[in-house]
Design a protein around this ligand. Structure first.
Ligand code: GLP
Length: 264
């Protein structure tokens, strides 16, 4: 794991956006894994601006989202498909047929999960996967106790996640308790993973993910197994880490090496 600690949530978004811009510059037909939630919003704003200024293009890219509420069709304002249209896809030069979000309205959701896995495989696998983290350590909708090698499937949400996400639903509005989510194994198959976490409410989950044991009790800890996982944090999200000075030291060394190589 590469642990990057930055001074503000804006810097976290800028760092994450630069990874996506560099990825598309190196490989315009990249397969991108995308996430919802409030954390990636600032990053999406930066990608939209970069695309409008022609500093990046999604014209040849394909995207796969992590998850979707089971029971919500893409037109539903609380669906993750709708979220992605509003916050990214409608504002960039991506072809609609190259954007995939699990089908929350599938008649046969089990078959839809298998199809989603097949679609990812047919696209050649995910090059760069964006992640946020839930306060209970979930990634996508892989709640605690999720199998560490799990694939795309139906998952029941914990009461804590339902409560955390209730802010997006109005009073009395139906809020699903089930989801379709890429599995932890699906996420681990991505060639590169970048997880963003900001704010003190994520500090406990970040501590468990980075310094806790590898355990299904904290699904994000599975990223300890990944060869290219970059964890980008603001000071508040990093505030419970014990070895924080060491992570800063490594990043200074990485930066010095990077600068030296660039000068050669
Ligand atoms: C949801 C999503 C996750 C996301 C998490 C954190 O449950 N399924 O993919 O990482 O919320 O969201 P936020 O960024 O709003 O804290």
């Amino acid at each position: 794991m590469q642990i990057v600690i930055l001074s503000s949530s804006n810097c976290v978004a800028e760092y994450g956006a630069a990874l996506f811009i560099d990825q598309l510059a190196a490989k315009p037909d990249s397969v991108l894994g995308l996430a919802t939630g409030s954390t990636p919003l600032a990053l999406y704003q930066l990608l939209i601006a970069a695309c409008q200024q022609q500093r990046v293009s999604f014209a040849s890219a394909k995207t796969f989202n992590l998850d979707e509420y089971l029971g919500l069709a893409g037109e539903h304002p609380q669906s993750y498909r709708y979220f992605m249209q509003q916050h990214l896809f409608n504002h960039i030069d991506i072809s609609p047929e190259n954007t995939a979000v699990p089908d929350g309205a599938a008649v046969d959701p089990v078959a839809a999960c298998a199809r989603y896995e097949q679609q990812i495989a047919d696209a050649g696998g995910i090059d760069l996967q964006l992640l946020g983290v839930g306060r209970n350590g979930h990634i996508g909708f892989n709640e605690p106790s999720s199998g560490l090698y799990s694939r795309t499937r139906i998952k029941t949400l914990t009461p804590a996640t339902i409560a955390d996400n209730s802010r997006f639903f109005s009073a009395g509005e139906y809020q699903p308790h089930l989801s379709i989510t890429m599995g932890i194994g699906t996420i681990l198959d991505a060639k590169k993973v970048v997880l963003l976490a900001t704010g003190v409410s994520k500090a406990g989950a970040v501590k468990a993910m980075v310094e806790g044991p590898l355990t299904a009790a904290c699904p994000a800890s599975a990223l300890q197994l990944h060869q290219q996982a970059i964890i980008v944090l603001d000071e508040a999200a990093a505030s419970e880490l014990t070895d924080i000075d060491f992570y800063r030291h490594i990043e200074r060394e990485n930066q010095a090496l990077h600068n030296r190589l660039r000068q050669q």
